[in-house]
Write a protein that binds this ligand. Structure first.
Ligand code: 6PG
Length: 240
């Protein structure tokens, strides 16, 4: 699979590279459409980028009233749970920047059964994007060692979804109950950045690279093929 990759010496440099690129996408989106909507990734890798975003110069250069934070996936746990993607983002970023609370759009979790939470988030996205299709200005993605991205895992029926924007899924990871955007949305983004760090990602990166082009990927991450650019930001350990 042809991949647009950029290799950084370590996670700090990768996170800085991701932030520089994000700022320029924000500028462009705000100039063209008056707002910037991002789907954030969970997991550990983006935490360093979120911390950077909350510090100089990135914090000062961001027009927070025009920024809308959404999530690509969430674990079905309380927003205070150590496993919550929202909690991680709140602690690293949201609580340190002047973003209006109405611009923060976490995936709802325990207030309703998982299918209702997914439906409520889809409703929120449909209201935000209106008649337009759900085109995030930027989506941050991660990849698991078996090729999952967001909470789309290999062989999951959710990968075949053609209508719904958001699904509740049960996955072979902890915690198993999750809410995820589907490929219906992920394959429309204007810009995509995969942030991949650590030696445990080396094998999946080389497996993706070895896949023949023009055929559907065996890996969920490889099936994220939106019309806009997809950048793979790797640290040296992951790049091999
Ligand atoms: C999640 C994710 C998931 C993540 C990858 C990589 O909620 O778990 O959004 O898709 O991005 O598992 O996670 P790490 O960055 O922790 O390796």
């Amino acid at each position: 699979m042809l991949m647009n990759t950029k290799v950084f010496p370590d996670l700090d440099a990768l996170s800085r590279g991701a932030m520089d690129e994000t700022l320029s996408i924000i500028e462009d989106a705000v100039a063209k459409r008056g707002r910037f909507a991002i789907a954030l990734s969970g997991g550990h890798t983006p935490a360093t980028m979120y911390e950077l975003w909350a510090t100089k110069p990135y914090r000062e250069k961001t027009p927070w009233d025009k920024v809308h934070l959404f999530w690509g996936d969430e674990r079905y746990v309380s927003h205070d749970d150590p496993l919550s993607n929202f909690r991680m983002t709140r602690e690293t970023l949201i609580s340190h920047v002047p973003i209006p609370p109405a611009n923060v759009h976490p995936m709802p979790t325990l207030a309703a059964p998982p299918d209702k939470s997914a439906a409520a988030y889809e409703k929120e996205l449909r209201e935000f994007f209106g008649a337009a299709s759900p085109e995030f200005d930027l989506q941050l993605m991660g990849i698991g060692p078996e090729g999952h991205t967001a909470s789309l895992f290999p062989n999951s029926d959710a990968l075949e979804e053609k209508q719904r924007w958001v699904l509740n899924v049960e996955v072979p990871a902890t915690p198993p109950q999750r809410i995820t955007l589907t490929l219906v949305v992920l394959n429309r983004a204007r810009n995509t950045m995969f942030l991949v760090a650590g030696q445990d990602k080396r094998e999946i990166i080389s497996a993706l690279r070895a896949e023949p082009d023009g055929q559907p990927s065996r890996y969920p991450a490889g099936r994220v093929r939106p019309p806009g650019p997809v950048h793979w930001l790797l640290d040296r350990a992951a790049a091999g």
